[in-house]
Design a binder for this molecule. Structure first.
Ligand SMILES: [Zn+2]
Length: 175
């Protein structure tokens, strides 16, 4: 069931469902090309695409190259700024941001976040570690960042199941 941290806006939710379904469909091609199983896209307030990037931790040997971090970095390069807040940007991502990406989103000035599969389900299906995230929807609300989550989860969970079934890498540091 969809979660959100403002009075629910069905128009925003409908648009997010469409975009996240498209991202889930495209994600299969990114995975086939060697990306990790997460894809993020950043749109401006006029719904122009600013950046679209997949997880590239393994392919680029960089532990912080999550889809969201890559998208934020790409958007900041395109817009030539470290503070995206004036651009009223929206981040769409195929799964709930991990603890690192929550920090990355906060420091970037992104205004709205829409995600697919919950961290709980990502962990259950794949074994990826999403980190600890106490009450982040309310914390983001306090910071003026709107969040809608658990959107089009059936399609998203299917992609993750396929990723695992194909024997692809579920990376994490040894402990
Ligand atoms: Zn992340």
């Amino acid at each position: 069931m969809t979660v959100c941290n403002e009075q629910i806006n069905l128009e925003k939710l409908k648009k997010a469902e469409q975009i996240i379904l498209e991202l889930q469909a495209e994600l299969k091609n990114y995975i086939a090309a060697g990306s990790g199983p997460f894809l993020a896209a950043i749109y401006d307030e006029n719904d122009h695409l600013i950046a679209k990037t997949a997880n590239s931790v393994v392919s680029e040997n960089c532990s912080h190259n999550h889809a969201e971090m890559n998208a934020i970095k790409a958007a900041e390069k395109v817009l030539n700024t470290y503070d995206l807040s004036a651009h009223n940007l929206k981040l769409y991502v195929t799964a709930e941001p991990c603890i690192m990406c929550l920090g990355g989103i906060m420091w970037s000035g992104i205004k709205e976040v829409y995600y697919g599969v919950s961290s709980k389900r990502v962990e259950e299906i794949t074994g990826f570690d999403e980190g600890f995230k106490p009450d982040w929807l309310n914390e983001f609300a306090r910071r003026g960042i709107k969040v809608y989550g658990e959107i089009a989860t059936e399609a998203g969970e299917k992609v993750l199941h396929e990723y695992v079934a194909a024997g692809r890498k579920v990376y994490k540091p040894e402990r």
